[in-house]
Design a protein around this ligand. Structure first.
Ligand SMILES: Nc1cc(N)c2c(=O)[nH][nH]c(=O)c2c1
Ligand SMILES: [Zn+2]
Length: 376
């Protein structure tokens, strides 16, 4: 089916890199790319209200199928009118397939052709996810963009294991397309796997692009491999994906990896990092990482980031943030989370401008220098 509910429009290619400017149109709006998607695992971006996400420029957020399937259950979300209504968010929502959590959260699992048998990380109860079940749960949750059920093998797995896994993930992708009940209102992405093996990445991309997905994710990266490995795999994988569909690199969210991914033609990113590190007082600033709970900031009355105009930086000092975080005050988590999300969303806005001006390389050099990435 070629008239997908989620479409990509290429606006401009950056002159000196593989970066591209575009827009993604979904049933819940059109958004500029490259873009970063805040993660709202359990139908909330922890401590941040939907109105705040909107004011900081978030277009699409991600929620986790596995977690919502377990709590509160897909039936309740469906009865509530779907995720948008349930969480009072009327822009884009993307859900992952649940596969990644099965492989990352549950050590007791048994992978079969029909699907994966595993135990709940909550109460140890027996569970089973198949490509069909993963799609049907996402159909119930009602996101704009859904993911195929895939296996994300450990990066250092053997070639033979990854080869068999890629072939099965391709068969699972076909079954997911068949099981998709709402192809007119929910876009379905295929996920390219293959770890660090170029021939397996090519095979996975060939299999998946022969099927009519609305977009393509690059999976199996940002799973602990060196960043140089991620960039090497991206160098030969993104060019295998169609130019006229979105390309989504899963699980990536540090400033350097976002810029490097954009330079290699990636349009969409997600990561829990900004909100996760914020909760222990680690923030991203224009001058690099700043761990505001450190004693050094006890009497530092400057804003977190003197170049940031977010609510946190306009109204509160490092000393106050340190006090809140050290006192386990929830408001402190909100303020650091707000700033970190704002920082990454703003970074992507600056990256889009650099693509418009064909000076992404200069932008990257300047940003890396200021952030401290070039320090030995
Ligand atoms: N780093 C990653 C984060 C993710 N959420 C996923 C995923 O959901 N599916 N498949 C993947 O390979 C994957 C990798
Ligand atoms: Zn700020």
């Amino acid at each position: 089916m070629s008239n997908h509910p989620v479409t990509y429009q290429l606006e401009k290619k950056e002159k000196h890199t593989g970066a591209r400017l575009g827009t993604i149109t979904t049933p819940h709006g059109t958004f500029e790319t490259p873009m970063f998607m805040p993660v709202g695992t359990l139908a909330t971006v922890k401590t941040i209200a939907p109105e705040e996400l909107e004011e900081m420029g978030a277009g699409i957020i991600l929620s986790n199928t596995y977690h919502l399937w377990l709590r509160p259950g897909a039936d309740i979300v469906e009865e509530a009118g779907g995720l948008h209504k349930f969480m009072n968010w009327d822009k884009g929502i993307l859900t992952d397939s649940g596969g990644f959590q099965v492989f990352s959260l549950s050590d007791l699992r048994d992978i079969k052709e029909e699907g994966v048998h595993f135990r709940s990380h909550l109460d140890g109860s027996k569970l089973f996810l198949s490509p069909e079940k993963a799609i049907n749960v996402q159909n119930q949750l009602g996101p704009d963009i859904m993911m195929s059920f895939d296996e994300c093998p450990p990066y250092d797995e053997s070639y033979d294991y990854v080869k068999k896994s890629v072939e099965r993930t391709s068969r699972w992708a076909e079954r997911g397309l068949e099981a998709h009940k709402n192809p007119d209102t929910q876009g379905l992405f295929g996920i390219v796997q293959g770890a660090g093996f170029e021939d397996l990445r090519r095979q996975s991309a060939k299999d998946l692009t022969s099927m009519d997905f609305a977009g393509y994710s690059i999976g199996g990266l940002s799973v602990g491999e060196p960043k140089s490995e991620m960039y090497r795999v991206l160098d030969f994988t993104t060019p295998l994906l169609p130019e006229n569909k979105p390309r989504y690199l899963m699980g990536v969210g540090t400033p350097d990896a976002l810029i490097e991914g954009v330079m290699r033609g990636v349009d969409m990113f997600d990561c829990v990092l900004p909100t996760r590190i914020a909760r222990n007082g680690t923030t991203m600033t224009s001058q690099g990482r700043l761990v505001v709970k450190n004693a050094a900031y006890a009497r530092d009355y400057r804003p977190l980031d003197e170049k940031c105009d977010c609510y946190t930086c306009r109204n509160y000092s490092r000393a106050y943030l340190r006090h809140l975080i050290k006192s386990n005050e929830t408001f402190g988590l909100r303020l650091t989370s707000y700033h970190n999300l704002y920082f990454l969303l703003n970074l992507m806005k600056d990256v889009r401008q650099a693509i418009r001006e064909d000076n992404l390389l200069e932008f990257k050099e300047r940003f890396f220098e200021e952030y401290g990435y070039n320090k030995p």
